[in-house]
Design a protein around this ligand. Structure first.
Ligand SMILES: *Cc1c(COP(=O)(O)O)cnc(C)c1O
Length: 426
């Protein structure tokens, strides 16, 4: 899987390499099942002694091509594509934690992840302690318990846009002997590689920039491949699995134990597989990831600077603005761009925010980020509305906040549209 290609080349070329006479374009293997002529061969597949596809709930050639590509872009040993970002996060946790276990997480989280951790995991007996990601290492360590199984955070917390202090988080994870799990959805592997900064597992909502065209839900889990699962805390990875005729994942697959277990045990049992069509569209979109992320980032910085000077605007938050509390961390971890999402507060509070959203023409009110088309949203009344006001505040949402997912249109056209909508709020 390793090659010396730079990311731009990987975006275009990785994941699928046709043999002579095969289609140049990755085929959509719209098949639930696979044909074999030997019972012994199929037995070897079930025993994980031969590589191959058995049933599309577990693996599929089109989905596999996407998995290979993202694993390569992130520099990981293996990846697993699933039906959505939420599925990826759920599987990433359930793969190493069960009832009675505990997780420590940054509190600057996507609203859906916060709900999953605060409410649904709790119902399954897994407790999550949230820690402000800007608090010091001592505070982070203090949240750990003997039964803590993972440390979790987002590279770029959605929608507060807090850049994670990887040095601090990875040092604590290492000291405590747990994997650092990072949601890298906003930067994508083109703008940040969490494995280079101490992460052990990466999750993505491929629904966002990896697809980039708002066609397909999807999620991806990537494993770095060198976490010491045999440190005594993870018997499910080292001891024989009675649900898979006694295999020890760590012994059989030392560099991809986590992904193999997630696939053959949890994906087998829970079934949140990615559809081949979605994998095809996502990998098609990912061919231009490098070009899109450059333009998303440049447009977002340009629009942020424009908004900073606008009289109708109270404040602007974008990690690469000098005024951002995350500016130093953004320069360190997102040197070539901070992705396409920015937030700002309109003078006049929530009412002005709604008026602005009703007035944009080129930008659309859409519950989405990461699309090539510019989208605007009022988080407090939409994505974060299931959260209490206190929970909203902890997740970085205020009543006057507007979120823009800046697309790849012409920047001057965007400024014109945003400007005319802002004028209507005054
Ligand atoms: C959207 C999103 C998710 C959830 O992904 P879905 O594909 O919508 O299930 C998780 N994390 C982040 C940062 C997101 O933006």
């Amino acid at each position: 899987m390793e090659n010396n290609w730079k990311k731009e080349t990987q975006c275009v070329q990785s994941g699928y390499t046709p043999e002579d006479g095969e289609p140049r374009i990755l085929p959509i293997f719209q098949s639930t099942t696979y044909k074999y002529s030997s019972a012994d061969h199929v037995a070897a597949l079930f025993d994980l002694k031969a590589a191959g596809h058995i049933y599309s709930r577990i693996s599929n050639p089109t989905v596999e091509a996407l998995e290979k590509k993202i694993a390569e872009l992130e520099g990981g040993s293996a990846a697993l594509a699933v039906s959505s970002g939420q599925s990826a996060i759920t599987l990433a946790i359930l793969n190493i934690a069960s009832a009675g276990d505990h997780i420590v997480s940054s509190s600057a989280l996507y609203g859906g992840t916060y709900n999953l951790f605060e409410h649904t995991l709790r119902k399954l007996g897994i407790e999550v302690t949230f820690v402000d990601p800007t608090s010091d290492a001592g505070m982070l360590e203090a949240a750990f318990r003997p039964n803590t199984k993972a440390l979790y955070g987002e590279t770029l917390g959605n929608p507060g846009l807090v850049v994670l202090d990887f040095a601090k988080f990875s040092a604590v994870a290492k000291k405590k002997g747990v994997p650092l799990i990072i949601d890298n959805t906003f930067p994508t592997p083109f703008l940040n590689n969490p494995f280079q900064h101490g992460a052990d597992i990466i999750v993505h909502s491929s629904t966002k920039y990896l697809d980039g065209h708002a066609t397909s839900l999807g999620g991806i889990i990537v494993e770095k491949g060198d976490f010491p699962w045999d440190n005594g805390k993870y018997p499910e990875l080292t001891q024989p699995d009675p649900s898979y005729h006694g295999i020890s994942y760590h012994t059989a697959f030392p560099s991809m134990a986590y992904i193999i277990k997630a696939r053959v045990q949890l994906l087998r049992d829970l079934g949140m597989a990615m559809a081949p069509m979605n994998a095809f569209l996502t990998q098609l979109g990912s061919h231009t990831l490098h070009l899109r992320m450059e333009r998303h980032s440049a447009n977002a910085l340009g629009l942020a600077r424009f908004l900073e000077k606008h009289p109708a605007v109270e404040w602007v938050n974008y990690p690469l603005l000098e005024t951002s509390p995350s500016y130093e961390l953004a320069k360190k971890y997102l040197p070539s761009g901070a992705s396409g999402v920015l937030t700002f507060g309109i003078k006049g509070g929530a009412d002005a925010g709604k008026k602005f959203i009703d007035s944009v023409r080129l930008a659309n009110l859409v519950v989405h980020v990461g699309d090539i088309r510019t989208c605007v949203l009022h988080p407090a009344s939409t994505t974060h509305r299931q959260l209490s006001e206190k929970e909203q505040k902890e997740s970085g949402v205020s009543p006057e906040m507007v979120r823009i997912s800046v697309g790849i249109e012409n920047l001057e056209d965007l400024k014109d549209d945003i400007s005319q909508a802002l004028d209507k709020t005054r």
